[in-house]
Design a protein around this ligand. Structure first.
Ligand SMILES: Nc1ncnc2c1ncn2[C@@H]1O[C@H](COP(=O)(O)OP(=O)(O)OP(=O)(O)O)[C@@H](O)[C@H]1O
Length: 293
């Protein structure tokens, strides 16, 4: 079941939280929803779920708005910040109440508790749970209806490194079963090993969307050559951008290592070293989103 956002826009009075945002997230794929604090990720997810009314635009799941789905919580599960837990209810009570409200059957309560690790603290009142435990309980609640789509808003918040590793594996398995997963974060590193695709926003607007590997931007090739001057001149003559940071070192833009090696051979230039250079994903992300605030 695909997610489709078309022209989503939300203004809170004078504040433009989200502006003309369009993107898609496909089944069997983990789509990372990235942007710095205040970029509009939570507002977008809340609009998708009908919790915030868009100023304009639509969000659909398999072509239907959330409110028009025949059994919404069996189609779309969501983990949003600040999920309300009754403080006196135990984690198990909480799941039972939500299972009953969503008509999901009580057998599912123990299943999702086991899947998410909630079983380890199921008997504790929710007011005594740590942030990481609350995240697991929110995830368990979202999974009660065995939904085809999951919207996860910063689900790593409060998880320890072990919890993050577990979440990463868990999310990948959910996607491998054919589910559509949209997972937000303001830290690329958190979803780098989870997401196949990314939607990057800044100031409520789309910056880029596509495969996560596309964030790397253009690679350059570093070359060490005794005749660096000659090689640089030849390359620049054919329109290639070349930097010359040291007498025997060139940084060549827009060519693969194979193309650089072929060019060197055709100009009779000996290479002592040839190294592909890529910015890290985090550098690329910070560049796209204008740095952290
Ligand atoms: N109910 C509201 N009333 C007024 N402004 C709001 C409201 N909700 C969000 N905003 C504003 O909309 C913008 C986007 O906020 P949002 O919470 O969607 O961003 P975010 O990307 O989820 O941020 P974070 O990573 O910090 O959670 C911010 O400027 C925020 O202050």
């Amino acid at each position: 079941m695909n997610i489709e956002a078309r022209g989503l826009t939300k203004a809170f009075g004078p504040i433009s939280a989200v502006t003309d945002l369009s993107f898609e997230a496909g089944a069997g794929v983990v789509t990372g929803f990235l942007g710095p604090n205040g970029a509009g990720k939570t507002t977008t997810m809340r609009m998708m779920l009908g919790l915030v009314t868009p100023t304009s635009g639509t969000a659909t799941f398999g072509g239907h708005r959330y409110a028009d789905l025949p059994h919404p919580s069996a189609a779309v599960g969501a983990v949003l910040d600040g999920a309300g837990f009754h403080p006196a209810h135990t984690a198990h009570d909480h799941l039972r109440v939500y299972a009953r409200m969503g008509r999901h059957g009580t057998a599912r309560v123990n299943q999702v508790a086991d899947l998410t690790g909630v079983s380890a603290f199921a008997g504790r009142p929710t007011r005594t749970l740590s942030t990481g435990m609350r995240q697991r309980l929110s995830l368990a609640t979202a999974l009660l209806g065995d939904p085809q789509v999951l919207l996860l808003d910063e689900p790593s918040n409060g998880l320890d490194p072990e919890g993050i590793a577990w979440l990463r594996q868990f999310v990948r398995e959910l996607a491998a079963d054919g589910r559509t997963i949209l997972i937000s974060s303001h830290v690329l590193g958190e979803i780098e090993h989870m997401a196949d695709h990314v939607v990057v926003i800044r100031d409520g607007r789309l910056v880029t969307t596509g495969p996560i590997t596309g964030l790397y931007g253009t690679a350059t090739v570093l070359v060490r050559a005794p005749q660096a001057d000659l090689f640089a001149a030849r390359l620049m003559a054919s329109g290639v951008r070349v930097e010359h940071p040291q007498p025997d070192l060139l940084r060549i833009h827009g060519l693969s290592t194979a193309q650089v090696a072929a060019a060197a051979a055709s100009h009779g230039v000996t290479l002592h070293e040839i190294t592909p250079e890529r910015p890290t994903l985090e550098q690329a992300f910070l560049h796209l989103t204008g740095g952290s605030r």
